[in-house]
Design a protein around this ligand. Structure first.
Ligand SMILES: [Zn+2]
Length: 434
């Protein structure tokens, strides 16, 4: 008894820890404080003498206020801010600021979930030349102009941090052409802009009051966090024992999922009826081959085609829709299969939920500590897999609480990602951002 209470307590602690969003800051003087920026070779601006600026403690900075006021939700990963830094490499007095530019420092932000870019103030003050809008093929000389440099920064960050929530914080009182350029370029890369208003400043830098106001404005923008999307998917059904239990949990929680079925189980009315109940609940049916062989070892093209085509035909006949996705049994796939099979290959994040050695608690812990935005969760509704049914009862409500929205695999690609991947690409997807 004691042990199980301790276990629940530890589980609670681990949920709390994992539900915090790790925040990294990429900033200029506004976000510095001596001894609290990284790398430590970065130049700070704060603190100053009290008659110059009344921010004298790190606890008074906007970024510490933001984190400290929302400790349950946020934790600082890294603050890479540098006084006087510019987005482009063009610094004050035409100096080359490559070493402190945002482009250079964006490579060094740790492993965050969210990135707050707070910049362009020095570009505005230093009179960086604006240049033309340019969204690809940047040259070394381009990045001395604000617009191409800003575009290159966001392009690079979207590549480096594809799954992170990135925001741009826009200072008040900057030049109009800087404001307009930031909004245009951020829109192009789907980076939300947090436009600050009425920031009290001393010596051109936020005062205590200004810092407080920045923290509040940033928080009210980021708390409307865009939903994160995941898809539950189940292999090796349908059957009349476990699939209905999985469907019960989905129905109770009002969520849908994708079922990758084996054609061989569609040989009797009872199983077909279970599959049709899944369809009626809004779930979709995809292809997991007919026989569940190690297909990656097959050299016979006809045999591969038969495994796929027979199953797709049965799905179309009984579920009313042709499958668009395929999960190779045992994730054993070959170049030949990618060449022949006209479906998008799916793997998914696995939690060993076919292994009786992993009980429901182990599965819950594995899922809740690893799932990220855009994931496809690889699970099994094979006969007798009650540990997964039990795990789902905990995992679905908890992930909903964390802001995850459950969609099917087709919805994840068509609606969230915005497009179906090309077939025969050789890619097997576990996350839509793969
Ligand atoms: Zn399987």
């Amino acid at each position: 008894m004691k042990n199980s209470i301790l276990f629940l307590f530890l589980l609670f602690l681990s949920f709390t820890a994992f539900s915090q969003t790790k925040v990294s800051i990429l900033g200029d003087s506004y976000s510095t404080f001596t001894g609290h920026i990284s790398p430590q070779t970065n130049e700070p601006w704060y603190p100053r003498s009290a008659d110059e600026n009344d921010v004298t403690e790190v606890e008074q900075t906007w970024w510490r206020l933001l984190i400290d006021n929302h400790k349950d939700e946020l934790v600082l990963e890294k603050n890479n801010s540098y006084s006087g830094a510019t987005i482009s490499c063009h610094g004050y007095n035409n100096a080359d600021y490559s070493h402190r530019s945002y482009i250079t420092r964006s490579l060094d932000l740790g492993n965050p979930d969210m990135i707050l870019i707070f910049g362009a103030t020095n570009d505005s003050w230093a009179g960086a030349p604006m240049g033309e809008y340019k969204f690809s093929d940047w040259t070394k000389s381009d990045i001395f102009f604000f617009r191409p440099a800003m575009a290159m920064l966001l392009s690079q960050m979207k590549t480096l941090y594809p799954r992170q929530d990135i925001y741009f914080i826009l200072n008040s009182e900057l030049k109009d052409e800087i404001n307009e350029s930031i909004c245009t370029i951020c829109r192009n890369y789907s980076v939300p802009v947090i436009t600050l208003k009425d920031i009290d400043k001393q010596a051109g830098h936020p005062s205590q009051q200004g810092m407080k106001s920045i923290a509040e404005q940033v928080w009210s923008a980021i708390k409307k966090v865009q939903p994160k999307y995941i898809a539950l998917s189940f292999d090796d059904g349908p059957n009349t024992v476990t699939t209905p239990k999985v469907l019960d949990v989905l129905e109770e929680n009002g969520v849908t999922a994708s079922f990758f079925v084996n054609g061989k189980y569609l040989d009797n009315e009872e199983n077909i009826a279970v599959m049709q109940r899944a369809v009626a609940l809004g779930c979709d049916i995809q292809n997991h081959s007919y026989s569940h062989y190690q297909m990656g070892d097959f050299e016979d093209e006809a045999l591969i085609n038969e495994e796929i085509d027979k199953t797709s035909a049965l799905i179309e006949k009984y579920a009313g829709k042709k499958p668009e996705f395929f999960r190779p049994p045992y994730i054993n796939h070959s170049e030949l299969m990618h060449k022949l099979i006209d479906l998008t290959f799916i793997c998914g994040r696995s939690f060993n939920d076919w292994d009786p050695g992993f009980d429901a608690d182990a599965r819950i812990n594995a899922i809740l500590t690893t799932v990220i935005d855009g994931d496809i969760l690889l699970l099994h509704d094979m006969q007798g897999n009650d540990a997964t049914v039990e795990a789902l009862k905990v995992v679905i409500p908890e992930l909903k609480k964390r802001g995850f929205v459950f969609v099917t695999v087709p919805q994840l690609f068509k609606e969230v990602r915005g497009s179906m991947p090309e077939t025969h690409s050789g890619i097997i997807y576990s996350n839509i951002f793969d």
